[in-house]
Write a protein that binds this ligand. Structure first.
Ligand code: ADP
Length: 487
């Protein structure tokens, strides 16, 4: 377990461990596929292991779905769509979605602990962000189910059919909620695949779905890696693909659906800029930067991985930032004091370390928190680079880790052009006292989301999505209904 670091303003004690109990967690040793309302053995008989990245212990064995299993899941979803779900009065559909939301709330602690065990994120994130927001999305979209004519006045809307959904490992339960809730509210049925390193909360969600009494086949949950995902994308009877993941895989998917009738939404990578002006509330801004890149280990596509500080306050902001970094506690994800948990997998840690080495090789200056790291598991200290240029790899490429690249600027035009100079366009943050500057900047930033004097704030009613290589389509809010409808 990591000790809390010694601070300049040392309070003279270390925080005692405050681990969240795992007594109430009920995990099976093996999980089968959830198809047509039944736990189904994979036709290949193959299982893979899911590991706790904080201690490298195996948590469970997980079924690997192949083309045959995906076909079974799609057929079940089609049958449920034709025979039950598309015929059901919308208000009835809404009731099931409400029920799922309430059941997630009832089992919130279990979901949060399993999310942290399987994914490595700090319990305060999974408990305070992932799980409440997941329930919130089901509540929100349950409300829309019987009000689609108000969502799209004077238009006729129709569901698409079977939605194939593929999600990443950074927010497993939340990404599932983002995708399943609007699909169901608009009358579609679902085949969803978890990421290979984080399958557990989706199978817990399968238990909730079972308990909700929703008709069999309306939601089918499968697991496996890229080949399983490709089997969903290429299945001829899938009407819609919703994908969140890397830009590389997003491009493969886009090529695969060309010439088909499949509707697609892609939510891909990002390289967000956080911009601090000299008139900003600096302590608040520093906290926002920390929240944007270090909490969550930088594992969010909208992570504020580039920081631009106005030159007149850059020394001061950097000093404040380094002080705050030093106070961050890295360690056991289940400890309620932990700010930063484990990196999701050995592979991801390897990628992050490769970028850190590249940053040093390119001549950037590195600063890291000096805390000790646990012996077992996959860990990365919060890391900051200064002396970087616009062309540095660590400025241009998505790292997906707790690594921040810091640059300075003098004028607003300069920072806008620097911030927009990336292949991505997902999110950005601006910190200033002046409303006019906020409006000027938000209208010129090529980003789907711009936060002002805050960062990483999510709400089921707000749409989320990007431009350029960050993908297209919106999830969340009223906009999130559209990709699941013919209008
Ligand atoms: P990340 O870098 O976040 O792991 P990936 O794009 O590799 O992003 O993975 C996101 C999701 O896409 C995972 O569920 C993964 O299994 C799935 N996936 C990977 N390759 C493919 C593919 N060729 N077709 C469909 N899904 C894929």
């Amino acid at each position: 377990m990591a000790k809390s670091p010694k601070l300049e303003f040392d309070v003279g004690w270390d925080l005692s461990p405050a681990p969240e109990s795992t007594d109430h967690i009920n995990l099976k040793g093996q999980y089968d596929l959830f198809i047509n309302g039944k736990w189904t053995k994979p036709s290949s008989g193959k299982y893979f292991k899911t590991v706790n990245p904080a201690n490298e212990k195996v948590l469970a064995e997980i079924a690997e779905a192949n083309e045959k299993d995906i076909d079974k899941a799609v057929q079940a979803a089609r049958k449920a769509y034709v025979e039950v779900w598309s015929k059901m009065p919308a208000a009835e559909r809404g009731k099931y979605i409400y029920r799922i939301a309430r059941l997630i709330q009832e089992r919130a602690r279990e979901f949060a602990v399993i999310e942290s065990m399987d994914g490595g994120k700090a319990i305060r994130e999974s408990r305070d962000v992932d799980v409440p927001l997941a329930a919130g999305h089901f509540f929100y979209y349950a409300g829309w189910a019987d009000k689609l004519e108000y969502a799209f006045p004077n238009r006729r809307v129709h569901s698409l059919g079977v939605a194939g959904q593929i999600i990443p490992w950074n927010f497993p339960l939340l990404m599932a909620a983002w995708k399943i809730a609007p699909a169901l509210a608009t009358g579609n049925t679902v085949v969803i695949k978890s990421a290979e390193t984080t399958p557990l909360t989706l199978y817990k969600l399968a238990e909730v779905i079972e308990a909700s009494g929703i008709p069999p086949g309306v939601v089918n949950i499968v697991s496996g890696a890229g080949e399983t995902g490709a089997a969903i994308v290429n299945h001829p009877d899938v009407d819609k693909i919703a994908f969140t993941g890397s830009t590389g895989v997003g491009k493969i998917i886009q090529r695969a659906v060309v010439g088909t009738n499949k509707k697609t939404t892609l939510e891909l990578g990002g390289k967000a800029a956080n911009i601090i002006f000299e008139d900003a509330p600096l302590d608040q801004a520093v906290e926002g930067v920390i929240n944007g890149i270090y909490f969550n280990q930088g594992h969010v596509c909208c992570a504020g991985s580039r920081l631009f500080i106005q030159e007149s306050v850059s020394d001061l902001v950097l000093r404040k930032l380094k002080d705050r970094m030093e106070s961050l506690i890295v360690g056991d994800p289940l400890d309620k004091n932990t700010d930063i948990g484990a990196i999701n997998s050995k592979e991801q840690l390897g990628t992050i370390n490769h970028f850190i080495k590249t940053g040093k090789d390119e001549g950037a200056e590195m600063y890291q928190n000096s805390c000790s790291l646990p012996d077992k598991g996959y860990w990365c200290r919060p890391t900051l680079f200064t002396n970087v240029s616009q062309s540095s790899k660590i400025v241009q490429e998505e790292i997906f880790g707790p690594v921040l690249a810091v640059q300075t600027f003098r004028t607003i035009d300069e920072v806008i052009s620097k911030a927009n100079n990336t292949p991505y366009g997902l999110s950005a943050g601006v910190w200033t006292d002046k409303g006019s500057k906020i409006f000027n900047l938000t209208s010129q930033m090529k980003a789907g989301i711009v936060w002002a004097n805050t960062y990483n704030k999510f709400d089921p009613t707000s749409p989320f999505g990007g431009y350029k290589e960050s993908g297209f389509g919106r999830e969340g809010g009223l906009h999130g209904l559209k990709p699941y409808l013919k209008i």
